[in-house]
Ligand binder design. Sequence first.
Ligand code: SAM
Length: 218
Amino acid sequence: MFHAQLLTLFPAFFDSPLACSIPKRAIAAGIVTVECIQIRDFALDKHKKVDDSPYGGGPGMLMKPEPVVAAIRAAREKQPDTHVVMLTPSGGRFSQAKAIEYRDMPGITLLCGRYEGFDERICDYVDEQLSMGDYVLSGGEPAALSVLDSIIRLLPGVLGSAESAVLDSFTEEGILDWPHYTRPEQFEGKDVPSVLLSGNHADIERWRQEQSRQRSRR
Ligand code: SAM
């Protein structure tokens, strides 16, 4: 069983995606547990304040260290062997190799930022900083959802053989999936490649490997 914890100010963000399709089935089958931990519950004052203005001035607000670190500690208490990952544009780049690395861990805790991000001192309390790429999201939740979804589809028993992740792009480093076609044979003047209609499995396999190589090279 893989244990995921999401540290967030917006737990509702995850309701709909986790109630659909593959994540829904994986949760129902008991292959993965997902728990949202509301960071605001760890705020110290009666107004439940989780953000404050930056020292030195500048726009926006930052996530305060006290509630975020208390939420991380609560996550580590619930799952002592969890790997705590801060989502931040300054982190190392997420990849399929990372998803495979996380899949082989007992569990993961994904820390979602908001506002202008985190007080820098919070970095000392996480195991890793992770970025989705060189662009800026409004919050860590869409990033955490992508990471979690990509882990879930790799967990044993989640995908049936018809959906196997083994043939997905990037499973072999730098190698993309080949092009796929379904009915109809002709669509707006575009034909399905004839080899796929030939019934010759050796030719089809050769064509797919070649397409995959060409596409990856390009
Ligand atoms: N001021 C920050 C900067 O320029 O690096 C951006 C803060 S962003 C508006 C708010 C939060 O969204 C971040 O703390 C982080 O959790 C999340 N976030 C935004 N872009 C991200 C990315 N590319 N990868 C991972 N998390 C991201």
